[in-house]
Design a protein around this ligand. Structure first.
Ligand code: AOS
Ligand code: ZN
Ligand code: ZN
Length: 388
């Protein structure tokens, strides 16, 4: 097994993007609980994201959601982020909240509705130009609730046409990532339900269109690490939305529900070159903190990803390859499990200190006074976006 010192070079390259909406109040369809200190503006969300980065060194960028985070002056917002020590990252489009999109957006049978949805994405690319963002992330709520409600084939064809218009508008350094989700809000069919559909759609567009894999968007029991392997093998894994789930798209803290699954996913990321310099794979969180504190929730999340990555890097790949070649099932499984069960927390804590970071970012945040400060300064903080 490699020593901890042998994996720190790779670990020091790790960057995990935070979603602006994780800092707003969010909830379920039953209740949105308010949390003291919740940001009132996108500037305050960015300040909170920058705080997570200050305590962990792991989160140098923050993703925005348009129009939830819309402002008049994106160049000024970019400067605000840079002043706080972070950059603006992925721009997320939103065609799921307006009445006009009741029956679809980029797949809609009415050209006028489809044009409005396309125009929204073109406006998102204008935002990217001003913020310096590389990625446009598209997640569509498009789908139907009843068999016969829509023409599945026609909707797929219109999706391809709409995406082609959006892709053509991207700058040479910009990318489009298409996220899939097997159900919700549509319950019979979804237009981008699985990695295969996303892969087929982005492959038709070109090299700068890739798949976004949200770990909460699969049927229970799905072997997600297999999908990770396949997309890396095909050169089309553009980004992750990390979170965890017990039931459906729960958007819980990554690594909370199933740390072993997160480890297995990261083993395939490492195996597929996803941690190499220049890798196209972007790591993001897509979480909502309903009942737990938001900033510590994000700190815990990035630490969970770091811990699972360290364990994945500790796999003795030479011994594993030998055991696989020998057909030694139990030895191969044992080698993987040895890495998973290695407790890396003390090594990570000591290593953080050598980099000028707190050994225990959760404790350091709690002792910092930041939470008390925002709770006294901010009154009437915002909901994450739904209904806002
Ligand atoms: C929705 O289920 C998706 O996970 C998207 O990534 C979505 O854009 C994000 O959750 C913000 O609403
Ligand atoms: Zn997502
Ligand atoms: Zn989701």
């Amino acid at each position: 097994m490699p020593t901890f010192d042998q994996i720190t070079d790779v670990l020091s390259r790790q960057a995990i993007e935070l979603p602006s909406w994780a800092f707003g109040n969010s909830g379920t369809r039953f209740k949105v609980f308010g949390t003291p200190g919740t940001p009132r503006t996108v500037q305050e969300k960015i300040a909170d994201a920058a705080t997570v980065h200050r305590f962990t060194g792991l989160a140098p960028t923050v993703a925005l959601h348009i129009p939830w985070d819309a402002v008049d002056d994106y160049a000024a917002l970019r400067r605000h982020a840079e002043d706080q020590g972070v950059s603006l990252g992925t721009i997320n489009s939103n065609t799921f909240q307006d009445d006009i999109y009741k029956f679809g957006s980029l797949t809609h049978r009415d050209d006028a509705v489809r044009k409005q949805a396309i125009d929204h994405h073109l406006a998102c690319i204008d935002v990217m130009d001003a913020t310096g963002s590389r990625d446009l992330k598209i997640w569509l709520a498009d789908g139907t609730n009843y068999p016969g409600q829509g023409d599945l084939r026609g909707r797929q064809d219109r999706l391809a046409e709409s995406l082609a218009v959006i892709y053509d508008r991207l700058g040479p350094e910009q990318r489009l990532v298409l996220e899939y989700k097997f159900f919700e809000p549509a319950f019979y069919h979804t237009d981008v339900p699985d990695w295969g559909t996303s892969y087929a759609q982005v492959s038709a567009l070109g090299d700068r269109a890739m798949v976004c894999l949200d770990t909460g968007h699969h049927a229970p029991g799905t072997n997600i690490e297999f999908i990770v392997m396949q997309l890396l093998r095909l050169g089309k894994l553009g980004s992750f939305d990390f979170n965890s789930r017990f039931y459906a798209d729960d958007d819980l803290i990554v690594g909370a529900a199933d740390p072993f699954q997160l480890f297995r996913i990261l083993v395939e990321v490492v195996r597929g070159g996803g941690m190499e310099p220049g890798s196209p794979v972007a790591f993001m969180l897509d979480q909502c903190h309903n009942v737990e504190a938001k900033i510590p929730g994000q700190i815990r999340s990035v630490l969970n990803v770091q811990e699972a990555t360290a364990k994945a890097l500790l796999v003795d790949t030479a011994a594993l390859a030998r055991a696989q070649e020998d057909g030694d099932v139990l030895a191969a499984n044992g080698i993987l499990m040895d890495a998973f069960w290695t407790d890396v927390r003390a090594d990570l804590a000591a290593w953080r200190e050598t980099r000028g970071l707190p050994a225990d970012p959760m404790a350091a945040y709690a002792a910092s006074g930041y939470q008390q400060q925002i709770e006294s300064e901010r009154v009437g903080g915002q909901q994450a976006g739904w209904g806002a």
